[in-house]
Design a protein around this ligand. Structure first.
Ligand SMILES: Nc1ncnc2c1ncn2[C@@H]1O[C@H](COP(=O)(O)OP(=O)(O)OP(=O)(O)O)[C@@H](O)[C@H]1O
Ligand SMILES: [Mg+2]
Length: 414
């Protein structure tokens, strides 16, 4: 890989940072204070209009604060020349925000030119950055933004933000406009980049899953950028500060749990199975006697082949070859509950067959089991969080008690 030993992150301190837009009754951002450590990735999440973008843009003074201070690596940058500030702070936005009449190379060169780099140095840097974000310099250098896919534009946007090697990178919903698969890839690339570059990243998103995936810490913001909670993803998931936060993470917490748990951890049930060798009458009997409304037809090697219902058998006039619905998806015991849920939903019938090492049928997981397990897991998380809270309170109470005793004791001897 090309030279990546660039400038690593700087700390950011916001101190009572405030923005009051002219004519507005209320400030858009009201006295936000937070400390972001050097090299940390912090995610801002919060409802639309709560002031995320305004807060972010004040950090590089694309928007001028009306109150409070900003410190980067201890230096007060609230009043320095904004051009000087752009060297410290790179900025990438939703749908890349590339200039359409400039080539990829010209777009990336923007800030280095602004701060007076020489031509040769800029040229080298552009090549290096294209390579870094996974675009072939020879191929993409001279293209215009409209000749790129959404994901490629986004990569160029990130390259542009990194151009002058700033210690701080601000990203405002940078992956908001691309499809979910590209988004996943871009997220993975950002994680890889960050492992190499150790920038300080402040990243705005609506998507709590994205926040969990990318963030060292997440700031959940409410109206006027008031901080509802600022903590690690794990802490927010297991111990949301209040209803506002749990409302925000609810679905995210469940999904994260789904990805952390395996099919082998939940109850695998069975369903009646039949094979091509079974007499039709026996299949009818099984359908009639079993509590379920369907049986699973296995192929010659014991693998799930078709789901058969009573109506299917009637319609196909008893011919197994024509009857039933082919099994479209199965899961193994190592699949995540998220995979299982996906399969259950895709199949649209509320269950999925579980298979062993050779694809052979070993059981069934149904929607109800999945839902119950997730519910139990979340409940367990909540209990654990409560116990933790309880322990903390006890420690605190003990300490207060000890202090009081100490004070009283001291009084007596005096
Ligand atoms: N230039 C402006 N002039 C006046 N008011 C503004 C301006 N820009 C933003 N606002 C207001 O400030 C508040 C915060 O806006 P901001 O763009 O920071 O929200 P946000 O959290 O980024 O929202 P979203 O998630 O929709 O991007 C909103 O009420 C918005 O209407
Ligand atoms: Mg915004």
């Amino acid at each position: 890989m090309a030279e990546t030993s660039g400038t690593s992150g700087a700390s950011i301190e916001l101190e009572h940072l405030t923005k009051r837009y002219p004519g507005a009754a209320e400030p858009a951002v009201d006295s936000v204070s937070m400390e972001i450590k050097a090299g940390e990735t912090v995610i801002f999440v919060g409802p639309s209009g709560c002031g995320k973008s305004t807060t972010l843009k004040m950090i590089n003074r694309l928007i001028e604060p009306t109150g409070g201070r900003i410190r980067i690596n201890g230096e007060d940058v609230t009043d320095i020349d904004p051009v000087r500030l752009r060297r410290k702070v790179g900025y990438a936005i939703q749908s890349a925000g590339l200039f359409p009449h400039m080539t990829v190379a010209q777009n990336i060169a923007l800030v280095p030119r602004m701060i007076g780099w020489g031509k040769g140095r800029i040229g080298d840097r552009v090549e290096e950055l294209l390579d870094l974000v996974g675009l072939d310099p020879g191929e993409f250098h001279g293209r215009y933004p409209r000749q790129l896919s959404g994901g490629q534009q986004q990569r160029v946007g990130v390259a542009r933000a990194l151009a002058a090697d700033p210690p701080v990178l601000l990203m405002d919903e940078p992956f908001g406009a691309v499809d979910p698969i590209t988004r996943d890839h871009l997220q993975d690339e950002l994680i890889r980049l960050q492992r190499e570059l150790h920038k300080t990243i402040v990243f705005v998103t609506h998507d709590f899953d994205e926040a969990i995936k990318l963030g060292d810490r997440i700031a959940v913001l409410r109206e006027r950028s008031h901080i509802a909670q600022f903590d690690t993803p794990e802490a927010i998931l297991t111990n949301p500060a209040d209803d506002f936060v749990s409302g925000f993470v609810g679905a995210g917490a469940a999904l994260k749990r789904l990805s952390l748990t395996r099919v082998r951890d939940v109850e695998i049930t069975g369903c009646p199975t039949v094979t091509f060798d079974d007499p039709l009458q026996e299949i009818f009997n099984k359908l009639r006697s079993s509590g379920t409304h369907e049986v699973l037809l296995l192929d010659g090697r014991g693998r799930p082949y078709k789901w058969l219902r009573r109506g299917d058998m009637m319609r196909a006039k008893g011919s197994l070859a024509r009857a039933g619905t082919p099994v479209s998806d199965t899961v193994t015991r190592d699949a995540t509950l998220r995979d299982a849920l996906e399969a259950v939903l895709t199949d649209n019938a509320g269950r999925v067959a579980v298979t062993g090492r050779h694809g052979e049928y070993t059981g069934v997981v149904d929607m109800e089991t999945l839902m119950n397990s997730v519910h139990e897991l979340l409940e367990a998380d909540r209990l654990e969080a409560m116990e933790h809270q309880h322990e903390l309170e006890e420690i605190r109470a003990d300490r207060t008690h000890a202090e009081q005793e100490g004070a009283v004791g001291g009084g007596r001897t005096a």
